[in-house]
Design a protein around this ligand. Structure first.
Ligand SMILES: *[C@@H]1O[C@H](CO)[C@@H](O)[C@H](O)[C@H]1NC(C)=O
Ligand SMILES: *[C@@H]1O[C@H](CO)[C@@H](O)[C@H](O)[C@H]1NC(C)=O
Ligand SMILES: *[C@@H]1O[C@H](CO)[C@@H](O)[C@H](O)[C@H]1NC(C)=O
Length: 224
């Protein structure tokens, strides 16, 4: 009698251990290391009528050395600009690094900038300190934005902001707590490892990035 009770109790204890274990350890998509990456849109809300999930980030020229950051379909292996996280180790540590992309002939740096009207630019010259990539201990590698005033927030894109005559959709940024406007989709911009642009970037950091963002099956992974 006594031994039966004991066996039942220990069997129960064992069962609770086996049930609890799988939910205790989060599982994130595996990353590789690279100095260069492309940024791929991962839509986390309802998508636009013309879906933009897995679109890649590039620039849409608006003037001499100025361009909007836009999302375009990934049509070839070279679609989307090549980016890098620029800064010293201390810039990275204190979130003062910036995200740059080399372009032009000869190659020169363009920086990702968040404008006060919520649009995002990729302009020749300095980037905006604080626009970086989330890295360890954050388990996900994605573009992290901040306004020039230092306010954190999230990226989104809207059907109304499709560039006339094309499929490019402007990238937007809203500060934390602000609602995503109707007709718009929330996007995370995940880093996909890439070859370099050919430029030698003394302050390019080695970052975590995914081999193939579009191939990640989120059913099996956690995201925060
Ligand atoms: C990517 O998108 C999927 C589908 O919406 C979502 O489940 C997942 O949490 C997202 N991951 C990240 C890191 O945004
Ligand atoms: C773009 O598509 C190609 C296949 O055509 C794929 O190899 C590549 O990983 C994609 N690039 C991005 C950044 O998603
Ligand atoms: C890249 O980072 C270095 C080190 O902080 C800095 O001196 C340089 O101005 C940065 N380049 C650009 C274009 O922001």
């Amino acid at each position: 009698m006594l031994s039966t009770v004991f066996k039942t109790a220990s069997a129960l204890a064992l069962a609770s251990v086996t049930i609890a274990a799988p939910t205790t350890f989060p599982n994130y998509p595996p990353t590789l290391l690279s100095q260069n990456f492309r940024l791929v849109a991962n839509v986390t809300s309802a998508d636009l009528v013309t879906p933009i999930n897995n679109y890649v980030l590039t620039s849409y020229h608006t003037g001499a050395g100025t361009a909007y950051a836009v999302l375009v379909p990934n049509t070839t292996v070279t679609s989307g600009r090549i980016f890098y996280l620029n800064g010293t180790a201390s810039d990275v540590r204190y979130h003062n690094a910036d995200v740059l992309s080399d372009g032009g002939t000869p190659l020169f740096p363009f920086g990702v900038i968040i404008n006060s009207d919520e649009s995002v630019s990729i302009n020749a010259g300095l980037g905006q300190p604080g626009i970086g990539l989330t890295q360890f201990p954050d388990p996900i590698s994605e573009l992290s934005g901040k306004t020039a005033a230092g306010e954190a927030g999230d990226f989104y894109a809207c059907l109304d902001d499709v560039i006339p005559g094309g499929e490019a959709v402007q990238l937007k940024f809203k500060v934390l707590g602000e609602e995503t406007p109707a007709g718009c989709a929330d996007v995370s911009l995940l880093a996909q490892c890439s070859e370099g642009s050919g430029a030698v970037d003394e302050f390019a950091n080695t970052v975590n990035c995914y081999a193939d963002v579009a191939g990640i099956d989120w059913e099996f992974y956690d995201s925060d």
